[in-house]
Ligand binder design. Structure first.
Ligand code: ADP
Ligand code: IPE
Length: 243
């Protein structure tokens, strides 16, 4: 099976509040469907998550102000997730969105729910979300959810789709001479994305390495060119692989 994370940088315009990129998302779902592999899906927040989280200083202590931020970010994320599921259903895929805020105990997702739906032929969908822990409003990133789900679902392939061709030795959006790392053997310098409250590329690479230690092959590729999904495992593949 595939466990797939679609980055907020692909499904939204990350700098404009609540701008959903429907066409790109449809192309990804269509290409995933055409691989014929069963899969589970995690998506990021992009401009449905990060902008309001920043505005309300989340994560942070639970206050009157941050509680409002909690409700706004959670509402926007559920809304984004339903837009994704709507496309899935239109494509003939039986998606079900499972919000982390309902199923997190401590910092751990109830992954058995995902396994149960998957075993019955549904496609579980989850997303970076806000949740309450002790007296704080917390945020869990889609990348961290992928790690927890990988431990339970034991996918053969874990695929991260983002807005660049792979992992580079430095941020390719800042350095035009950055080099694409086809595998992660080379030591890379990583920089955080400016608008990200969940750690950007640095956290993603940390998560990818941990998943690889669980035994899955992990890929990072450009979700804006999702036809590349069909080239996974071939010589033509463009992206980064961690084995
Ligand atoms: P997503 O929203 O898809 O989860 P992020 O925005 O968190 O992704 O991370 C992708 C961004 O990370 C890219 O747009 C890129 O500008 C930035 N980035 C920083 N350092 C690197 C690097 N070494 N290699 C690739 N991308 C990097
Ligand atoms: C962010 O999730 C969730 C919220 C801010 C609520 P991610 O960290 O996985 O989102 P992207 O992929 O970077 O946009």
């Amino acid at each position: 099976m595939f466990l797939v994370k679609i980055g907020g940088s692909v499904i939204t315009n990350k700098s404009k509040y609540r701008v959903f990129r429907e066409k790109k998302t449809s192309e990804i779902i269509d290409n995933l469907s055409k691989t014929g592999e069963p899969f589970a899906l995690v998506h990021g927040g992009g401009s449905f998550g990060h902008l309001k989280a920043k505005e309300y200083s989340l994560p942070g202590p639970l206050t009157k102000e941050s509680a409002t931020g909690f409700s706004i970010v959670h509402r926007d994320m559920v809304d984004l997730s339903q837009k994704v599921v709507k496309i899935m259903v239109r494509t003939g895929l039986n998606g079900i969105s499972i919000p982390p805020a309902f199923t997190i105990t401590g910092d751990s997702l109830r992954t058995d729910i995902f396994q149960d739906y998957f075993d019955r032929g549904f496609i579980p969908v989850t997303f970076g979300d806000t949740y309450i822990r002790n007296n704080r409003v917390e945020i869990i990133s889609g990348d961290d959810l992928v790690l927890q789900l990988a431990a339970k679902l034991k996918p053969d392939h874990v695929i991260f789709l983002t807005d660049v061709d792979g992992i580079y030795d430095r941020n390719p959006k800042k350095y035009r001479d950055a080099i694409l790392l086809r595998s992660l053997a080379v030591e890379a310098k990583f920089e955080m994305h400016g608008t990200d409250v969940t750690g950007g590329m640095e956290n993603k690479v940390r998560v990818m390495k941990k998943i690889s230690e669980l035994g899955a092959t992990v890929y990072l590729l450009n979700g804006n060119i999702s036809s590349r999904l069909h080239e996974i495992g071939t010589d033509r593949f463009i992206g980064t692989v961690i084995k």
